[in-house]
Ligand binder design. Structure first.
Ligand code: ATP
Ligand code: MG
Length: 389
């Protein structure tokens, strides 16, 4: 009995002439996600992808778990496959029902999709017949079309597929189908979510992290590496560029007004990230800012921060979201528990007591003249540490 993984696409199906570019990209990304599980064939037709193992020890459950994180797929199912022969798929329907009955299920229904219109039975007839055979085999089972314990899905195509499980996948566009952007990744809750959201639109990601040793600990950096690893489960391998930021921070602290220090710091992060982004083939920056969340994210503060970036758009996918909405996504993608570990971040170490919430750009620019940011930023860029995640 052959078992495969069935994948379904969402938005890709809406693409027009360039649809096949997206489809090929998705197949490549799926292949990468399961490459260590053994050889498998991947092919697709209409809105379905078929992952067919070529060895007996291929771990289907693990493949389902991996593929449920691949952008471009909306759901995946472990499924049995057989020739399109009614007797064969009815046998399979009874077989998958047995697995569920043995696990304690008491009610079920059958849903059929008939992709092959020439097949002599229509969908309701197939469902009825399959339901009848399942009831014959397990007389204690009951049909419940509204809230069944399980559903037997039968898809009748060139070959036929039978399954009971549909696992959600994130949807979106396949990574690499839409350029590359540089994520400013802190150890907080927001920026990993921001990276995930832009990655979901098909954008490949690299990341910068600003690090103020010894004011922030080695453990704080490890936390960021851990976050990058979790995000990379969805986005694929990512280059993390750790920027030593202590000298910039000290210069701002020693030379500039305390109430503007956070804005000056953020402008410096943006300038450095823009240059690193360009070097790495990125066409945008990504941050986890949300308007009004903290003093450095008021409308006026974001205006002053934006102004530091000369020639690159800044994507802020969380800009209109509440913290609670962001936390929901952080939990879903698995970054939340790591984000709330209590390690200090370079921004928190130097937080002023009374940051100016409505900074004026001219006064910020005046204040910025008080330290030699160009030399310091150049030096920081020259001594970055590159970590391949
Ligand atoms: P987060 O939860 O992502 O840390 P936050 O709400 O704490 O965000 P800030 O600390 O003001 O907000 O940071 C705003 C954004 O600036 C972050 O989402 C992130 O994109 C970027 N950022 C902040 N600190 C760093 C850092 N040390 N390294 C890289 N990027 C940073
Ligand atoms: Mg933060």
């Amino acid at each position: 009995m052959e078992k495969i993984v069935l994948g379904r696409i969402g938005e890709i199906a809406l693409k027009g002439l360039n649809r096949s570019t997206f489809e090929h990209r998705l197949a490549t990304n799926m292949r990468k996600a399961i490459s260590d599980l053994g050889p498998a064939q991947i092919h697709w037709s209409q809105s379905r992808y078929f992952v067919e193992p070529e060895s007996d020890d291929f771990d289907i459950e693990k493949a389902v778990e991996r593929l449920s994180g691949v952008f471009g797929l909306v759901s995946v199912s472990p499924a049995y496959v057989t020739d399109t022969d009614a007797e064969k798929f009815f046998d399979l329907a009874v077989r998958v029902a047995r697995e569920r009955v043995e696990a304690g299920a008491k009610t079920f229904k059958v849903e059929t999709k008939r992709g092959m219109k020439s097949f002599p039975m229509n969908s309701p007839q197939i469902s009825d017949e399959a339901g009848g055979r399942i009831l014959d085999a397990f007389p204690q089972l009951k049909v419940d079309v509204k809230h069944p314990d399980f559903t037997v899905y039968i898809e009748v195509r060139e070959r036929s597929y039978v399954y009971t499980e549909i696992v959600d996948a994130p949807g979106g566009m396949p990574i690499g189908s839409n350029g590359k952007a540089c994520l400013l990744l802190s150890g907080g809750i927001d920026s990993p979510v921001a990276g995930y959201m832009i990655g979901k639109r098909g954008v490949a990601i690299c990341a910068t992290h600003f690090y103020s040793y010894p004011y922030t600990s080695e453990r704080a950096k490890e936390k960021v590496i851990e976050l990058a690893k979790i995000v990379s489960r969805f986005t694929g391998p990512m280059k993390l560029i750790v920027v030593p930021f202590t000298d910039v921070q000290l210069a701002i602290m020693q030379n500039c007004r305390e109430d503007l220090s956070t804005i000056l710091l953020r402008r410096s992060m943006m300038r450095i990230s823009e240059r690193i982004a360009r070097k790495n083939g990125c066409s945008a920056l990504i941050t986890g800012e949300s308007v009004g969340q903290v003093a450095s994210q008021t409308v006026q503060a974001i205006y002053c921060t934006d102004n530091a970036v000369a020639n690159m758009p800044i994507y802020r996918p969380l800009i209109g979201m509440d913290k609670m909405e962001t936390v929901d996504i952080a939990r879903k993608i698995g970054t939340f528990d790591t984000s709330i570990e209590p390690y200090e971040d370079c921004c928190t170490v130097f937080t002023p007591k009374h940051p100016k919430t409505r900074p004026n750009l001219n006064e910020v620019l005046e204040e910025e003249k008080r330290y030699d940011y160009e030399t310091l930023e150049e030096a920081a860029i020259d001594s970055v540490e590159i970590i391949n995640i």
